[in-house]
Design a protein around this ligand. Structure first.
Ligand code: MN
Length: 300
């Protein structure tokens, strides 16, 4: 746990200036509390704040890695409040701000907010890297619907908005509709269904996921409903039969070790008042990503 002060509420882990200065930081967080189309339980707009609050209680030393990953420097950008003038305007704003934040070699992790925001970083990286980009999607849902509740900008449509440019590899998927299934088959997309995550000891699904990532450069989008609702009740559309902490770590550890992770996001946390464990889980998930990045040399 950090030696924090309550007067400084908005830096990840409660880090002080020495470890948060942008020029020196090898990682940065971009809080985007955007919520416009939540279909079941609302509250993702409170996700970034809950993550930052919980992060103050995350142990700074990582015993698995035998290091203190925060020493690479972690900058927390000011919370990005997007315009309420409609999704296209909001996503346009995000595009501008994301491009500024992602300029350079720093690992930027966007914090949702609803999953809709993910199309912005993915299209940014697709523009920057062309075909040299693979997408790893932790999620209960494929998010490949063309429209949902009358809008193309729903959280349930986010991967459809990018699938003509990139080939997402889904992990933990367990709720899709028949149109999505048809698209998955037509495009030959790899989906690792939740049942395949047989247990922490059978890693063959990890090999399948890594083999399906068809570029050295990988963008990771992590919808927290990947996790079983037993661990992650705090999300808009929970689905039973989800993944575990150990499974998520197993895949993340290898992705960061074997690929170049160019960017990431963690979305769809909708905090429940009085229930802190899910908020803490997400804060620690982000710190583990930064830790794996720090040992891979992916961030200098
Ligand atoms: Mn989802």
């Amino acid at each position: 746990m950090s030696d924090y002060s309550w007067e400084d509420p908005y830096s990840f882990l409660g880090l002080g200036e020495e470890h948060t200065a942008l020029e020196r930081a090898a990682a940065a967080l971009l809080p985007v509390p955007y919520e416009a189309t939540t279909s079941y339980m609302a509250g993702t707009r409170h996700g970034p704040e809950a993550i930052l609050r919980a992060s103050r209680h995350v142990e700074l030393y990582d015993h698995e890695l035998d290091r203190e990953p925060y020493r690479i420097g972690i900058h927390t950008h000011p919370t990005l409040e997007l315009t309420a003038a409609g999704p296209e305007a909001a996503l346009g704003e995000l595009r501008e701000r994301y491009a500024e934040a992602a300029d350079g070699d720093r690992l930027v992790i966007a914090l949702g907010g609803e999953h809709t925001i993910t199309q912005v970083p993915i299209l940014y990286w697709a523009d920057r890297l062309g075909d040299e980009l693979a997408i790893l999607q932790f999620d209960a849902h494929a998010d490949l619907r063309d429209r949902f509740h009358g809008t193309r900008w729903s959280h349930a449509c986010v991967m459809r908005r990018v699938v003509d440019r990139v080939r997402p590899v889904g992990v933990g998927i367990r709720a899709i509709d028949v149109e999505e299934k048809r698209l998955i088959d037509e495009r030959g997309l790899t989906m690792i269904y939740a049942e395949e995550l047989a247990g922490d000891r059978d890693d063959s699904w990890v090999d399948r996921a890594l083999a399906a990532l068809d570029s050295e450069n990988v963008y990771v989008t992590f919808d927290v409903d990947f996790f079983d609702p037993a661990f992650m009740p705090s999300t808009g559309t929970p689905e039973p039969g989800g993944g575990t902490w150990g499974q998520a770590m197993t895949l993340l550890r290898r992705v960061f070790a074997e690929k170049k992770v160019v960017g990431a996001d963690v979305v769809e946390l909708a905090p429940l008042p009085g229930l802190v464990a899910p908020d803490f889980l997400v804060a620690k998930l982000i710190y583990k990503m930064i830790g794996y990045c720090s040992v891979s040399g992916g961030a200098q």
